[in-house]
Design a protein around this ligand. Structure first.
Ligand code: NIG
Ligand code: FE
Length: 410
């Protein structure tokens, strides 16, 4: 049975916009009094509501929700988060603002290791409760697909526990959850060196991930104090051989990660705050998606990823929240993407692409992120009559309605 949703004051999307390079606002398709025809959770047609109701007279009327103006767009996609953790790093935040650096705090046993202690000590129920709470908050902000990384377990048993919990939360939550194994976040305190830990992951974690189908993607933090380029290269190539999708935390404080990501054909490389001309050129010439994480720039008080330069060079730019207790505690994807847009002079079309179909591509997904026939019927509406208001309010205008697979969730 087909269901026709609408009319919406405006329907805004990029049905055919390209994956790479700059996008002009003229390339956005804005349909006044638009409608969406859904069948079995997928979009069958998008267009003027009146035309769709004439063409599909037997379609059931979908719930339109609140009265008043509303602008509908594709559900947001957050392609980089660390949402499974316990504890708070408010102390680190205050210490950084009082003059200590992220690396100094980490070297003194704070940082990721502090979250590691709290996360390991938390029960399954507690971690599930915290994760669900964060997924709920994201859903209310319009995020319908969420990538969630491990990385605060950092032992074989704890990393597998995190992956199982992420999967369990995903099965029970309306949002689509994409798990990623970031066992290579740091060398665990119990391990002698990086190669020993990476070998342990390959020998003891990867076979269980495969057997239990716990994740299709692996990530690594390439950075001084985390993993070196040569060790990361071997690790990523071994994972590629086993058929996994790759992603890299790269060029956050020092360069190296982005070049490696492009070399091994990673789906994405995320951070890129210190990428220069050479790194930008490499990414533009590669198929790897460049993901900006403005929440980490805001959280650490660092420069933003050179998003404008990346786009102008021809790279594909996704924007994600990096929501985590340390560098990016704020967690509001839409607010962060809007703010990145103001600093980097990104068009509305580029920002919206970065948190929809370009973010989907960073996850290897082509079935979402646009309002178009054949896409998942994940869409959100905002109580306004002008799509430009969505970014203009810099995150303070929240969706008043969220649909997932054609079902109203909020
Ligand atoms: O993406 N850079 C490495 N990992 C996280 C931060 C993790 C943390 O500080 O807890 C990030 O910024
Ligand atoms: Fe991250």
């Amino acid at each position: 049975m087909a269901v026709l949703f609408g009319p919406f004051t405006q329907l805004v999307t990029h049905p055919e916009a390209r994956l790479r390079g700059p996008l002009m606002d003229e390339e956005l398709v804005v349909i006044p009094e638009g409608g969406i025809l859904v069948r079995e959770g997928m979009i069958q047609a998008v267009g003027p509501f009146a035309e769709l109701s004439r063409a599909f007279p037997h379609a059931r009327a979908g719930e339109r929700g609140a009265t008043g103006p509303n602008v509908v767009m594709a559900g947001l996609i957050d392609c980089h988060t660390h949402l499974i953790f316990a504890g708070s790093r408010a102390r680190d935040y205050a210490a950084r603002n009082a003059g200590k650096t992220y690396q100094e705090i980490a070297a003194a046993g704070g940082g990721i290791k502090d979250t590691l202690r709290h996360t390991r000590a938390a029960s399954d129920d507690e971690l599930l409760r915290l994760l669900r709470q964060r997924l709920d908050r994201h859903l209310r902000s319009g995020v319908t697909t969420v990538e969630v990384k491990t990385g605060y377990g950092l032992s074989v048993a704890e990393e597998l526990r995190m992956l199982r919990l992420i999967n369990r939360a995903g099965e029970r939550h309306p949002a689509a959850v994409v798990p990623t194994c970031l066992a290579a976040h740091l060398v665990p305190p119990e391990m002698p060196d990086e190669r020993t830990w990476l070998t342990t992951i390959l020998e003891e974690i990867v076979p269980v991930v495969t057997a239990e189908n716990l994740a299709r993607r692996f990530d690594i933090f390439v950075e001084q104090g985390a993993f070196s380029v040569p060790a990361a290269r071997e690790y990523l190539l071994a994972l590629k051989e086993r058929g996994f999708d790759l992603t890299v935390h790269g060029d956050q404080f020092s360069v190296g990660g982005s070049q490696l990501a492009a070399e091994v054909g990673a789906r994405s490389v995320d951070h890129l705050e210190v990428s220069g001309a050479a790194e930008i050129a490499t990414l533009a010439a590669s198929r790897t998606i460049a993901t900006a994480l403005p929440g980490a720039s805001i959280g650490l008080g660092c420069a933003f990823t050179p998003a404008r330069k990346l786009l102008d060079a021809g790279a594909a730019l996704a924007i994600a929240s990096d929501w985590n207790p340390g560098s990016a505690p704020q967690g509001d994807l839409l607010a962060q993407a809007a703010i990145l847009g103001t600093f980097e002079k990104l068009s509305t079309a580029e920002v919206l692409a970065g948190i929809t179909f370009r973010a989907a591509a960073a996850l290897g997904l082509s079935d979402r992120g646009r309002l178009a026939a054949g896409q998942r019927a994940d869409f959100i509406s905002f109580p306004t009559q002008d799509y430009r208001e969505i970014l203009y309010h810099q995150g303070s205008l929240k969706p008043n309605r969220v649909w997932i697979s054609g079902s109203p969730i909020i």
